[in-house]
Write a protein that binds this ligand. Structure first.
Ligand code: PMP
Ligand code: GLU
Length: 401
């Protein structure tokens, strides 16, 4: 009998990814003819570079279509290590690199390899939607470290210290951040490194947006601030955002040999290896010209300036100027408690729903990121869409009383 089978208890722990759910709803409404402007899912609105696609096609034509080594083809792992050595000066060997099926999968492999029941994992909040579920699926407990909009969403020593217990096993850093676009200061990262060294924590550094940084300064990174932390750090990254390759599903992780070996064990018993064709395409991205992320960034710059100026011009809305990534995270809480046709907007979920139903604007409620005062807009969409979207937003908010 369909639908009657009992599901595992762990299914009570998680919900489907809210970013992907909103995106699916927006796409379905658009397919049904609605004039949707999609500010929801975070993916570059660029095509994968031609030389990367050509490498993928060549892999098919040459019959490179079989299983590969579990951690990824050696030339890709070597190329990733070489790129880090050249660009950042960090030394990793190929056996300290795992290639997997997207950045999200790297996070999953890492959590399965490192965390378990009784472990607490610090998650600066607002957080990316998949961190808590992935920690929960490993049987561990997410502990939310609050970040304050008035501090530009930087991590403070006081808030961090307040969340630490004897069970703390690690912390997940994401800088530039999804959803805030904020960058952690060198001071905050130095504090994390100091505490991690004293207490033996693992530091997870999700660097997936590290090529999209708007400030004219070098992105502070914990490995530069405290090189001793390298033996306790796992770097998570991938080509999804930097080379507009979200659909190819290639991520990679770098870290201590024994942790990567454990992650490989999990990969060998789950996905075997990332798609052979996608690995060849990712290799072309990693070894080829590196100007693509900078070109995307140049086109995001005027969009960022425009959307932030439009949002902050709306009465009651505050919005931190993002230092990286392609999201803005405005605070809409001044509008909570207001009504439209008798229905009260009680929080970010109602607000996002109102904007979708009334104005055909797809956004992601801040509640999905652990921060109900806010609503996330991705500005990886055309300037025309942003202009029209901001007009519709002003009109929608003007109808609330
Ligand atoms: N980390 C963060 C912060 C993200 O926003 C994303 C978005 N997709 C990922 C990891 C995973 O990227 P993917 O699995 O698409 O490579
Ligand atoms: N990371 C993107 C986002 O936050 C893609 C969706 C997802 O992977 O959840 O919108």
């Amino acid at each position: 009998m369909e639908g009657q089978l009992a599901l595992a208890d762990r299914m009570k722990l998680i919900k489907p990814s809210p970013t992907l759910a909103v995106n699916a709803k927006a796409k379905a409404m658009k397919a049904a003819g609605a004039d949707i402007l999609n500010f929801s899912v975070g993916e570059p609105d660029f095509d994968t570079p031609a030389h990367v696609c050509a490498a993928g096609k060549k892999a098919i034509d040459e019959g490179f279509t079989r299983y590969t080594a579990v951690p990824g083809i050696p030339e890709l792992r070597e190329a990733i290590a070489a790129r880090y050595a050249a660009d950042r000066g960090w030394q990793y060997e190929a056996d300290q690199v795992q290639v997997c099926c997207g950045g999200k999968h790297g996070l999953y492999n890492m959590a399965q390899a490192l965390f378990g029941p009784g472990d607490e994992v610090l998650i600066p909040t607002p957080y990316w939607v998949s961190y808590p579920p992935i920690v929960l699926l490993a049987g561990a407990t997410p502990v939310f470290v609050p970040l304050d909009e008035n501090e530009n969403f930087d991590l403070t020593a006081e808030n961090l210290s307040r969340c630490v217990t004897d069970r703390t096993r690690g912390i997940i850093l994401n800088s530039p951040s999804n959803p805030t676009g904020a960058i952690f200061s060198a001071r905050a990262l130095a504090k994390v490194a100091q505490m991690a060294l004293e207490r033996g924590w693992v530091v997870i550094s999700d660097d997936i947006y590290d090529t999209i940084v708007y400030e004219d300064v070098q992105l502070p990174h914990i490995l530069n601030i405290e090189p001793k932390i390298k033996d306790q750090t796992i770097i998570l990254n991938g080509v999804s955002k930097s080379f507009a390759m979200t659909g190819w599903r290639i991520g990679y992780s770098l870290g201590p040999r024994h942790v990567i070996a454990a992650m490989n064990k999990i990969q060998s018993q789950s996905t075997s290896n990332p798609a052979s064709i996608s690995q060849k395409a990712a290799l072309a991205a990693v070894v080829g010209p590196q100007d693509f992320p900078g070109m995307m960034k140049q086109s995001f710059l005027p969009r960022r300036a425009f959307i932030v100026s439009q949002l902050t011009a709306i009465e009651g809305i505050s919005c931190v100027n993002p230092s990286g990534a392609f999201y803005v995270f405005p605070n809409f809480s001044a509008y909570y408690g207001k009504k439209f046709k008798g229905k009260v907007i009680t929080g970010s979920v109602d607000m996002s729903e109102y904007l979708l139903e009334e104005s055909f604007l797809a956004t992601v409620p801040g509640a999905a990121f652990g921060a109900d005062e806010f609503v996330r807009f991705s500005f990886a969409t055309s300037m025309d869409a942003i202009e029209e979207g901001m007009k519709r937003l002003r009109e929608a908010l003007g109808k609330l009383a």
